[in-house]
Design a protein. Sequence first.
Length: 116
Amino acid sequence: QVQIKESGGGLVQAGGSLRLSCVASGSALRISTMAWYRQAPGKEREPVAIDITGGHPDYLDSVEGRFTISRDNANNAVYLQMNNLRPEDTGVYYCNVVTIPATSHWGQGTQVTVSA
């Protein structure tokens, strides 16, 4: 059983920063992808940053240059550093981990609120 635990959300003013953390736990994890998604009120969940093992991170256009995804593979952790936050970044942020064979696991989500 894979468990995903996120932390780091909160309330911040526009222009501020937040760092989200996510740790995956379980026996003999083989991770192919770690990613962050978000869901704004009334909108569908969208990918924000995706890191495929051995590849280059891919970002949503609107966060490119402001957000950075990074991984600690030894600890099955992934982080999202969010700088210069905007009100439109508000939403619930979800950690997604894809293990081998292709199985997707989701965290419970963490709220990020950016005030104008």
